[in-house]
Ligand binder design. Structure first.
Ligand code: LFR
Length: 493
């Protein structure tokens, strides 16, 4: 079989990458051709995404990719969810996109529930209520009477914004649209009651296309620079988690996944959404996926806590690697400190170390001081939080999950993977760490008719990836300590 090549642009909240996928004889090889740092920039206390720099980096990456592989057939972009930019009729940006960790949505939920009860918002959208969601970001702008809406022609989610810069086309895609909490998955369209009640102008919402749609051709100026012609820009799942779940090498239907990175997204893939009192109480989301599937999952704060303490220590002059940080944790005694990683105070504190220490203090625990103690506290608490969510998941689905796949960069953290197997009492299979890029590439390959369907795609991914199995150990001891974790974390947010 001849080789076919596709390019994934995967933009994360920490870094962006351009990855070439080479498909040949039922195997998919990937090669990272460009990587760049992506950090929100604080301007006068507001946190912005540096989108023009990101686009420059994308263009630099395209030059690298196409000078090495002239026969790349298509390009697909995925990014994190919820954030957006606004564009004018003339194609200018109206303002700079703001980061979901900006404090403009602090305290917004109470105000929003006065406009529409939480239960109704959930019933209409099936999306986990989080202050970061597009709906609440937009409502914070409505409340400040933002003049930006006056000049807005369309709202574009982050991947749409880059697709616009690459092609000039204005469209959005199902998986990313659903992260907004403005999309009704049952009616399969923008939710007008929400738009009306929250005074969000309806006509700014763009047309929604399914994953696997050709958005357009690469803008001619870019093609000329690259010396190529007729390159399609395809919408994969534009939401990174959507791609990551396509990239889970699961078989059969009794598996769950964690897409592990800045966030830990734990859930299952379903044919239709689950929206009921139980899923509302457990605050589970139903994000749109490939082939009209739904990711029934919960956002868990994830390795963000570790990323932040690591960065803090680096600023203080100790630039430790994740391997070093994790080794420090291994040297500490187990089960000494417990936090709820999903406490809202951890969303974007000034100092994560101090926030963790304060949490321990206010819950009557001793205070972790050593680096290893802090890291052990984070990793154990994440594993316990996984147990909370896993229990809810099995209850709501009314079935036993036999195996958990962990994919994404976080699947490389062996200590956390072992803790997860231990506390859940089931085998954990880790890998591929590049699930998002792989998912992005296979959706392009299906769109181009090179791969038949998602079942074949997952087989290709299974056959091409390194995976590792963790068997549960010491589950009883973990469960004893889970009781302690529950007692301490109960009632705190
Ligand atoms: C992961 C992710 C999550 C989303 C969060 C914020 O990168 O896309 O799915 O909830 O980022 O957008």
């Amino acid at each position: 079989m001849e080789e076919r090549k596709f390019l994934a642009i995967d933009l994360g909240a920490e870094s962006g990458r351009l990855i070439v996928g080479i498909l040949r004889d039922g195997r998919l090889a990937i090669e990272e051709v460009h990587r760049f740092i992506n950090r929100p920039v604080d301007i006068l206390g507001r946190l912005y995404w540096n989108v023009t720099q990101m686009f420059q980096d994308i263009k630099d990456g395209l030059v690298k990719a196409f000078s090495k592989y002239k026969d790349i057939e298509s390009i697909g972009i995925d990014t994190w969810g919820v954030d957006f930019g606004l564009v004018t009729k003339e194609g200018y940006f109206a303002g700079i996109p703001v980061c979901y960790r900006d404090h403009r949505t602090d305290g917004i939920l109470e105000k929003a529930f006065e406009v529409m009860p939480k239960e109704r918002i959930y019933e209409l959208t099936g999306i986990q209520i989080m202050q970061i969601n597009t709906l609440f970001q937009l409502y914070s702008m409505v409340l400040e009477n933002s003049s930006l809406f006056n000049s807005t022609y369309k709202l574009l989610f982050m991947p749409d914004l880059f697709n616009f810069m690459l092609t000039g086309e204005i469209k959005t895609e199902f998986s990313i649209a659903t992260t907004s909490q403005i999309y009704n998955p049952i009616k399969d369209g923008w939710e007008e009651e929400i738009l009306r009640k929250f005074s969000i102008p309806k006509d700014i919402m763009p047309e929604v296309v399914p994953p696997g749609t050709v958005i357009g051709k690469l803008y001619k100026g870019i093609e000329e620079d690259l010396g190529v012609k007729n390159i399609h820009v395809i919408a994969p799942c534009e939401h990174d988690t959507g791609c990551a779940v396509v990239g889970v090498p699961g078989e059969g239907d009794d598996w769950a996944y964690i897409s592990s990175g800045t966030w830990s997204l734990m859930g299952v893939e379903l044919k239709s959404p689950i929206i009921n009192n139980d899923s509302l109480r457990a605050n589970f989301t139903n994000e749109g996926g490939y082939n009209k599937t739904f990711r029934f999952l919960k956002n868990i704060m994830g390795l963000w806590l570790l990323q932040r303490v690591k960065r803090e220590w680096a600023k203080e002059g100790e630039d430790l690697s994740y391997t070093e940080i994790t080794r420090l944790a291994e040297e500490e005694k187990p089960f000494k400190y417990f936090i709820n990683p999903d406490d809202v105070s951890f969303l974007n504190p000034t100092s994560m170390v101090k926030e963790i220490q304060d949490y321990c203090k206010k819950t009557g625990q001793k205070v972790p001081e050593k680096k290893g103690e802090i890291v052990r506290c984070i990793l154990e608490s994440l594993a316990f939080r996984y147990k909370d969510v896993f229990t809810d998941l099995e209850r709501i689905l009314n079935k036993k999950i036999k195996v958990l796949h962990i994919v994404g960069g976080g699947s490389q953290n062996q200590l956390l993977s072992q803790f997860t197997a231990d506390v859940l009492g089931i085998p954990v299979i880790t890998g591929p760490k590049e699930a998002t890029a792989l998912g992005n590439i296979v959706v392009q390959a299906i769109t181009k008719g090179v791969v038949k369907d998602i079942i074949e795609a997952r087989k290709i991914i299974r056959d091409s990836s390194e995976m590792k199995v963790y068997q549960p150990q010491n589950t009883e001891e973990w469960l004893r300590n889970y009781e302690k974790y529950k007692e301490i974390t109960q009632g705190v947010n």
